[in-house]
Design a protein around this ligand. Structure first.
Ligand code: NAD
Length: 489
């Protein structure tokens, strides 16, 4: 099964911060792959705009090096790379001053889609928006793409929204959450809304609880000082995990349309209950007990702040106060330096109301697990009879659907989240981007939780690297008679 490639309209994409880490690792390689796939029309151009004084040639050399580092070797086609590099231009620009703007204005063409990717610090968003207008570079058809973090609390998110709204309409603003660009995440919507099997069971009557896990094996690496200002709540829960929760909990939108989908997500966020202190577990990874390398460093050493109370692990019990989910717990956990790298959503269904096979025959609840990484796929556990002559004993087997196996290698040649999302910007499709009111509602729920632990002076619990997180996180479920699914690849 080969995935279809639908070419987009010709475009000029200006990447502010085009020499930065994100541009080199994700944006430019993503664009190259779409070019290779035939999705980016040949007359499209990418214009790097950043502080460094570079010529077009200098920028092309920088991008060539980035492609050779960050594009899979089997996708590196020398002839196509040369053509792609020919589509690149560069303008040295100062977001906060006047330098470079007239040159950028003179480069822009009419009759093509104009998109502006703000891959710079959010403090520069206002300056960029203002100058794009002052120099008549953006018009009412132009689009802007903004990166995370979108604020660090409700007040700063509102301020960012206000600054962008001065020059751009909401329909022109694309707030990226790359989790929404993941194939499996979109599949979650397909599974829920294109199949009749699950919907009748998708509620508090049949779902016992939901677990969402995003586990990493790495620590904060070189980003310790930056990470220490955010922590797991701001870095992962308020945005990515919130989006996953919305896609599980939302009502069916009346159609697959950007505002219809986002309206339903917003209703979920607004229905989230405040989280009491006893339903929150925060942790910081300990050192590995070896002093022979960076692997051994504790969170406090990694972030360079021995007094830090920032969490590198967070587990929460969350409730959605509406008819569908009354009484259902959504357990969220995320952390660094955990046992395995995995992202998974698990819907744990209730037990059958009566077991005709007796209590001890191996009966368990059905679980629908959706793996985002690694090995994207879905797995539904069902009970069958244990083979053999040993009587009517039950055993659990997975109805396993690995996307790689089901769709074949070519079917799995699916775009990376950034590739997909950038093409959606050019198409003008905002379904997989966060709307301003969604982001504000998410912060409105998040702020009191953070303020609560700050006011209480809560200290994160220590946990061992390579473990499943702090002991207290186990208790969060044990006390409800449940247990976390194993963290494994
Ligand atoms: P970076 O520091 O590597 O690059 C910053 C870029 O901005 C450079 O190209 C620099 O020239 C440009 N720049 C800085 N000041 C400027 C100015 N005054 N005028 C014009 N250009 C200026 O940063 P990055 O890691 O690429 O991150 C960019 C944005 O993406 C940030 O908002 C970051 O939070 C976000 N982000 C990054 C990652 C990542 O993995 N790197 C992931 C998610 C989000």
């Amino acid at each position: 099964m080969v995935s279809r490639v639908i070419p987009v309209d010709p475009f000029d994409l200006v990447v502010f911060g085009g020499t930065g880490d994100l541009a080199k690792r994700k944006i430019l390689p993503g664009l190259y792959i779409r070019f290779l796939a035939g999705q980016m029309p040949a007359e499209s151009r990418i214009i790097g705009a950043a502080r460094a004084e570079l010529t077009d040639e200098g920028f092309r050399a920088l991008v060539a090096a980035a492609l050779s580092e960050f594009v899979a070797k089997d996708k590196q086609d020398a002839a196509v790379i040369t053509q792609f590099l020919g589509r690149l231009h560069y303008v040295a620009i100062d977001a906060t001053g006047e330098g470079g703007w007239p040159q950028l204005a003179s480069l822009m063409r009419t009759g093509v889609v104009r998109a502006f990717y703000f891959s710079v610090a959010p403090t520069l968003f206002g300056d960029l928006a203002e100058r794009l207008h002052a120099h008549d570079i953006a018009d009412e058809h132009s689009r802007i793409v903004v990166e995370k973090p979108f604020g660090r609390d409700l007040a700063s998110a509102r301020a960012l929204n206000a600054v962008l709204a001065e020059h751009f309409h909401e329909s022109q603003i694309y707030r990226i959450d790359h989790y929404l660009g993941k194939e499996t995440v979109q599949n979650l919507m397909a599974v829920r809304f294109a199949n009749i099997l699950f919907e009748p069971l998708w509620n508090a009557q049949y779902v016992d609880h939901v677990q969402i896990t995003v586990a990493e094996t790495v620590g904060v690496n070189g980003r310790g000082a930056y990470y220490d200002k955010s922590g797991a709540m701001r870095d992962m829960v308020q945005n990515h995990m919130m989006q996953l929760l919305c896609l599980i909990a939302m009502e069916p939108p009346y159609k697959f349309d950007p505002d219809a989908v986002r309206d339903e997500k917003l209703k979920v966020i607004r229905a989230l209950e405040p989280v009491p202190a006893e339903d929150i577990v925060r942790g910081q990874y300990r050192g590995a007990g070896r002093k022979d390398g960076p692997e051994a460093a504790s969170y406090l050493e990694d972030c360079g702040n021995p007094q830090s109370r920032t969490e590198s692990y967070l587990a929460l019990k969350v409730r959605v106060a509406n008819w569908r989910w009354q009484g259902t717990s959504f357990y969220l956990r995320t952390g660094k330096k955990l046992r395995a790298r995995t992202s998974e959503i698990a819907i744990i269904f209730k037990e059958a109301p009566h077991s005709i096979f007796g209590e001890d025959e191996g009966w368990k609840a059905n679980v629908l697990a959706i793996r985002l990484q690694p090995n994207e796929g879905m797995n539904l556990t069902v009970m069958i009879k244990e083979p053999g002559p040993g009587g009517m004993r039950l055993t659990e087997v997975p109805l396993d659907m690995s996307f790689a196996e089901a769709l074949g290698e070519e079917g799995m040649d699916i775009p990376d989240a950034y590739e997909r999302l950038i093409m959606d910007v050019i198409r003008g499709n905002q379904t997989l981007f966060m709307r301003g009111d969604e982001v504000e509602a998410a912060w409105a729920w998040t702020d009191p939780i953070i303020e609560g632990w700050e006011a209480r002076g809560d200290k994160p619990r220590g946990y061992d690297p390579g473990s499943s997180g702090p002991e207290d996180a186990l208790m969060l479920l044990h006390r409800d008679g449940r247990r976390w699914r194993e963290i494994r690849e």
